[in-house]
Design a protein around this ligand. Structure first.
Ligand code: DGJ
Length: 550
């Protein structure tokens, strides 16, 4: 009896411990897409990245940042950790700022993605500590073709790598020891790593590496993936599987850019691998995109750009994601390049502007994104933001304030269960509409749905403007013949199928305060007497509707 009781108690302790122990945040493959799992549940990062200097003192973060994030329905902050501030003297680490930021964020229900501003920040090395900056012998710089030293560390120096790696590992140990409730959910390694204004480092050491053989890891990868490589990589790969960089990739700045990409990738892999052995958080590398019409070196060369993703993938098996920072046009083109079977989809930076809300909806709906994150989300324009989460966003805010992002994030928050349930399936789609893309026809749940920009109805005086507001929506097929429309400025029509027409059985407008209450049954004028489902321009809504055939 006593033995049985002991066994019972041991089992009890085992199950209690097991059920309360949290797994670390992780990214998993889910159907055709990926999911971020935090606190053992799927998590959508309604994120915002802080302005570069806004986490450099705790007071600034506390007084000027946290509330602004909350007011925009942001649940995840992308926050820099500055190497020069955590290791002002060699081997003397001070993590008090990092610790305070974690604590305050946790109290405010904000998850953190830390951005490692280590060896490189936007091609430069402005965040390396003074003792590194001042010792160019021990910590060599990259050099231009004519031998001029740049203010960026050379990726070919073991000393540079060792010092950067040590600080990065100390950061991960600190997080592991101090973040017991997993407020920190991800790490960005370096920031917009790339080479400027030269296409590559031309220092003596760099030249020696350039003239040596291309590592087999890269050529093996290229051979193995030769059918799926990007067109540009196919163009510059001579097909050789061994030999010098010029033999394998030709003699041009494009071949040199591939060399730079590989060099950065293996450097990042080395520090990410070391960091993950200490604390295995998901990690990604972000990318400054190449301005159309510019050459490598005119744009930051060698980052994880669309045409170099394969080179990076070969070099960073430990890194989960390569992610674009989108600051110029053609959102659909850029996003498409990063939506790959081997790459979870996340936009760590986007210009904070009036289009960000619609694009966030599109990213979650069409690309089943892990997250979306406009840059400097907490600054000036956010001062008059709508009330914090839990209070109701009315859409009535002071003049000059951008309201689109908080409105979109509110919808994503309310529809989080449906978005995560249908993640990775073909039952969730996104649309993004403007004057150039006025319509999109999608097939979902056995129906062909035409999603149109609200101005196509011609009722709005704004329909006559040459350029239309960007509108976006998520469409989910929640059950047979049942759908959810989440978004703004979108009208849906339903195409006849074979000999049957499609009609609307009912439309429920759902409260954007709680995401549950039925506000109204929409019919008559609101559905154009049964012809369409519509959320007008300027309104951010959720509607549930049922279709039938006749
Ligand atoms: C992209 C960088 O990654 C950010 O840190 C910041 O410098 C922005 N550009 C500024 O637009």
């Amino acid at each position: 009896m006593k033995k049985l009781l002991t066994l019972f108690l041991v089992l009890l302790v085992f199950f209690v411990v097991k059920s309360t122990a949290q797994d670390l945040p992780k990214i998993i493959k889910h159907g055709n897409a990926y999911q971020l799992i935090v606190d053992n549940k799927p998590f959508l990062m309604r994120a915002g990245e802080l302005g570069n200097s806004n986490a450099s003192t705790f007071n600034y973060y506390k007084n000027y940042v946290v509330n602004q994030l909350k007011r925009q329905n942001i649940n995840t902050a992308l926050i820099p950790v500055y190497w020069d501030l955590i290791e002002p003297e060699e081997n003397k680490f001070d993590f008090s700022l990092v610790g305070d930021i974690i604590k305050l964020s946790e109290q405010n229900d904000i998850k953190i993605v830390f951005l490692w501003f280590g060896a490189w920040k936007n091609s430069m090395s402005c965040y390396v500590p003074g003792w590194v900056k001042g010792d160019i012998k021990r910590f060599p710089r990259a050099e231009s073709k004519d031998g001029i030293r740049q203010e960026l560390l050379s990726p070919y120096s073991q000393e540079n790598l060792k010092a950067d790696k040590k600080a990065f590992c100390k950061l991960l140990s600190f997080i592991k020891e101090n973040d017991k409730n997993q407020t920190v959910i991800m790490i960005q390694v370096e920031n917009e790593i790339a080479m400027l204004p030269s296409v590559r480092d031309y220092s003596k050491t760099a030249n020696a590496v350039y003239n040596s053989n291309v590592p087999a890891t890269l050529t093996d990868y290229l051979s193995k993936h030769k059918n799926t490589l990007t067109d540009s990589l196919k163009k510059y790969w001579t097909g050789e599987i061994s030999g010098s960089w010029e033999k394998v990739f030709g003699k041009s700045i494009y071949g040199e850019e591939i060399f730079t990409a590989w060099s950065y990738a293996v450097y990042v892999e080395e520090i990410a691998k070391a960091g993950k052995t200490i604390y295995n958080l998901p990690m990604y590398v972000n990318c400054a995109l190449n301005r159309p019409g510019k050459k490598p070196g005119e744009y930051p060369s060698g980052g994880p750009l669309p045409h170099l993703i394969d080179v990076w993938k070969a070099g960073v098996p430990t890194i989960e994601m390569l992610s674009p920072d989108i600051y110029f046009g053609d959102f659909k083109k850029w996003t498409k390049s990063y939506f790959r079977d081997d790459n979870p989809f996340f936009i760590p930076e986007h210009q904070y502007d009036a289009t960000a809300g619609a694009k966030a909806l599109y990213a979650f709906g069409e690309y089943h994104a892990l997250g979306f994150s406009p840059f400097s989300a907490e600054t000036k324009q956010a001062q008059f933001m709508p009330p914090v989460l839990g209070e109701v966003f009315s859409g009535e805010v002071s003049k000059g304030t951008l309201t689109e992002l908080p409105a979109a994030y509110n919808l994503i928050r309310l529809a989080e269960n449906e978005i995560t349930n249908f993640n990775g399936t073909d039952k969730m789609r996104g649309v993004l509409l403007d004057s150039l893309n006025q319509r999109d026809t999608i097939t979902i749940g056995g129906y062909e749905i035409v999603a149109k920009h609200d101005y196509t109805l011609g009722w709005s005086p704004k329909a006559k403007l040459p350029s239309w507001n960007l509108e976006g929506a998520i469409i989910i097929n929640t059950a047979p013949d049942e759908f959810m429309l989440i978004g703004t400025g979108t009208v849906l029509n339903f195409l006849p199928q074979k000999k049957e027409n499609i009609g609307i059985l009912e439309i429920k407008e759902i409260s954007t305060e709680d995401g549950k209450t039925i506000l109204r049954y929409l019919n008559g004028d609101e559905s154009h007497q049964g012809r369409h489902v519509r959320i007008p321009d300027g309104e951010w809504g959720i509607q549930k509707f049922k279709l039938y055939k006749y």
